[in-house]
Design a protein around this ligand. Structure first.
Ligand code: DOR
Ligand code: ZN
Length: 345
């Protein structure tokens, strides 16, 4: 049997939700990852350090006493974020960054930023205090083709921002295009990107394979094959500016399988196994550890995890669904299909 032992990985972009949903999904992440950057798009959003602390405590309360898992919290930026909040966040030691959702770009982004220039003072404080900006990089104008929204955001918002505030640390979250990979490579070393399991393994054909496939719908949406290839090349390149962030985003089955389904792919049940399969197919399994366990902590200025995990090349079938909140279930990525790798517990 083939086995692979790597340092325990971290998930640098994760949606954990709250309440019953949080309790349902948290064990999946904790099984694999030492830490996770927890997204703040709750209802209402996590906009202050005090709210992030309370959310962190709700997560910690669900962990077994023996667990060393650490949630790394984020603040949700709005047009009204107080620049003074940044120093408070930095001093708290529990906030790993601030998330920029352009208003209306995705799930629970209604309170997001309507114009980046409205938060200039906040961004300046973030640069001063070394607080990373995590970006959902899509313009929201209705007249921009949905497949062009990331590139337009890079050209119109991110490139000027990086020129204006070169010391601001930026993570282009869930990169989906060749343009995103190229932006990161051309930028300074304080600009990075997270890559999801779906965007390095699938292209937009997966949205329509044999019929419309709501469980392959996320935002930013899957792009064309040439984009996927560019993202996979970045992932396996050993370039430390590209690292693991699942963007695992649970929604109840009824909210996905409907006339106007929610955006979000659930991958936390098998995240490291999904990445292992894709890295192996690219002939780059030896690059998985850097991508999954080393480059993220290096970017965020955190120590590497002390422990290790073992993956075995042993086929298993992903369950059709997992229990979720409100009596509904959660349909995971690759539901009912075989996966080649399994992490041993
Ligand atoms: O597909 C997505 N789902 N993209 C996001 O940006 C948000 C996420 C969610 O919270 O469901
Ligand atoms: Zn996300």
């Amino acid at each position: 049997m083939t086995t692979l032992r790597i340092r325990r990985p971290d998930d640098w972009h994760l949606h954990l939700r709250d309440g019953e949903a949080l309790a349902a999904v948290l064990p999946h992440t904790v099984r694999q990852f030492g830490r996770a950057i927890v997204m703040p798009n709750l209802k209402p959003p996590v906009t202050t350090t005090a709210a992030a602390r309370a959310y962190r405590e709700r997560i910690m309360a669900l962990l077994p006493a023996t667990s060393a898992f650490q949630p790394l919290m984020t603040l949700y930026l709005t047009d009204r974020t107080d620049p003074a909040e940044i120093a408070v966040a930095r001093a708290s030691g529990i906030v790993a960054g601030c998330k920029l959702y352009p208003a209306g770009a995705t799930t629970n982004s209604d309170s997001g930023v309507t114009d980046i220039r409205r938060i200039d003072a906040v961004l300046e404080r973030m640069a001063e205090h070394g607080v990373p900006l995590q970006v959902h990089a899509e313009v929201t104008a209705a007249d921009v083709d949905v497949f062009d929204r990331e590139k337009r955001f890079i050209d119109e918002i991110l490139v000027p921002l990086h020129l204006r505030l070169p010391s601001l640390r930026i993570v282009l979250e869930h990169a989906t295009t060749r343009a995103a990979a190229e932006f990161v490579k051309a930028a300074r070393s304080n600009v990075a990107a997270t890559l999801t399991p779906q965007h390095i393994a699938m292209n937009r054909n997966a949205l329509f394979a044999g019929g419309i496939r709501p469980h392959h719908y996320c935002l930013p949406v899957l792009k064309r094959e040439s984009d996927r290839v560019a993202l996979l090349e970045a992932a396996v390149s050993g370039d430390p500016r590209f690292f693991l962030g699942t963007d695992s985003a649970p929604h109840a089955r009824a909210a996905k399988e409907t006339a106007c389904g929610c955006a979000g792919i659930y991958s936390a049940h098998a995240a490291i196994e999904l990445y292992a399969e894709t890295f192996e197919a690219a002939g780059a399994l030896e690059r998985l550890e850097g991508f999954a366990s080393e480059f993220g902590p290096r970017f965020y200025g955190l120590p590497l995890n002390a422990g290790f995990i073992t993956l075995e090349k042993r086929e298993w079938i992903v369950p059709q669904h997992y229990p979720f909140a409100g009596g509904d279930v959660l349909v995971p990525l690759r539901a009912g299909e075989p996966l080649a790798w399994r992490m041993t517990d």
